[in-house]
Design a protein around this ligand. Structure first.
Ligand code: SF4
Length: 306
């Protein structure tokens, strides 16, 4: 239904919009995060890596333009394309004054190769003024904003030290939607002590919000994070590949077919990954998901209530 896939991939969607393979360039906007600088917390989310959950970006001290050039060079080894999205990935990319945000986003926007901008942030770092700036950028380019929700369950969110509640998330989604800005929500699959039922509740909740996109990824235990220390001490259950594939297929069946699936595998650095190691073979995980959906004779949205 979506080229050769049984789910609505980002690759399919961007090809439909831009007419060719579209490549995301990971940009470090040199921001920080209120969950790390002491405003909300000092330790950050329990799983967050040293680079603020964006481990493939360039040197944060380089200008946006220099990073675009560098990332294009890196990606040219993998893809031949002339359509690029500048992806402000690590830390919290709306955590600054509107003036500074404007300068950084416009530097990307004014680059002739950049056809769109993606901004990853926290719901508690979007206010009316920032949403207005995003609306302005959205009127000039193809924009989407990513929010790291991870779970709708309060108990898990506290364990993660996420630092905001579901009410704040809902408020940010409403604000962004009121400005017609595309939203993408991240959920982490396999969080400690969450049952399949709980995971599917989060998936269904986000699907029912009719967001533009969803990112699902397996929990990664990354070196030198508090989650690594916790895991080594408690050794909680980590999903096997088979369990993960099953829950992803269950999730896809529940997700509205209009929602774009941005990711269903993790993307960590091999050298930093403590567990689970099976996530490193992304192609195998993807082909198992395809196989499982085929076996079920299923597809995205099969069980969605529309
Ligand atoms: S909000 Fe993002 S950057 Fe901040 S601590 Fe959590 S994962 Fe890290």
């Amino acid at each position: 239904m979506w080229d050769d896939k049984r789910y609505h991939t980002l690759n399919y969607e961007l090809k439909k919009i831009f007419g060719e393979k579209t490549v995301k360039l990971s940009i470090d906007g040199n921001f920080t995060c209120p969950n790390r600088d002491g405003t909300i917390g000092k330790k950050g989310c329990i799983f967050c890596s040293e680079r603020g959950s964006g481990d493939f970006t360039s040197d944060r001290n380089k200008s946006i333009t220099e990073q675009i050039v560098e990332q294009k060079q890196i990606m040219s080894n993998k893809w031949i394309s002339s359509t690029y999205i500048a992806y402000f990935q690590n830390y919290t990319n709306t955590y600054d004054t509107v003036e500074n945000l404007r300068i950084k986003f416009y530097e990307a926007l004014n680059n002739k190769d950049i056809k769109g901008i993606a901004i990853a942030t926290r719901p508690d770092c979007i206010n009316e003024e920032i949403a207005e700036l995003l609306k302005e950028i959205n009127s000039k380019t193809f924009l989407w904003v990513e929010l790291g929700l991870q779970t709708i369950h309060d108990k898990t969110a506290k364990f993660l030290r996420r630092g905001y509640d579901l009410i704040q998330f809902d408020k940010a989604i409403r604000l962004l939607k009121s400005k017609n800005i595309r939203t993408v929500v991240h959920l982490i699959i396999g969080l400690p002590y969450e049952t399949s039922e709980k995971i599917l509740e989060s998936v269904k909740y986000v699907s029912d919000l009719n967001v533009w996109g969803i990112k699902l990824h397996m929990l990664h235990i990354i070196k030198n994070t508090d989650l690594e220390h916790y895991y080594l001490k408690k050794s909680f259950h980590l999903m096997s590949q088979e369990e993960y594939v099953n829950i992803i297929c269950d999730s896809l069946e529940l997700i509205n077919p209009d929602i774009v699936i941005h990711r269903i595998t993790g993307d960590g650095k091999k050298s930093d990954l403590v567990a689970p190691k099976w996530t490193l073979n992304k192609l195998k995980v993807l082909s198992e998901i395809d196989r499982n959906l085929k076996e079920r004779q299923s597809f995205q949205g099969k069980k969605a209530v529309l």
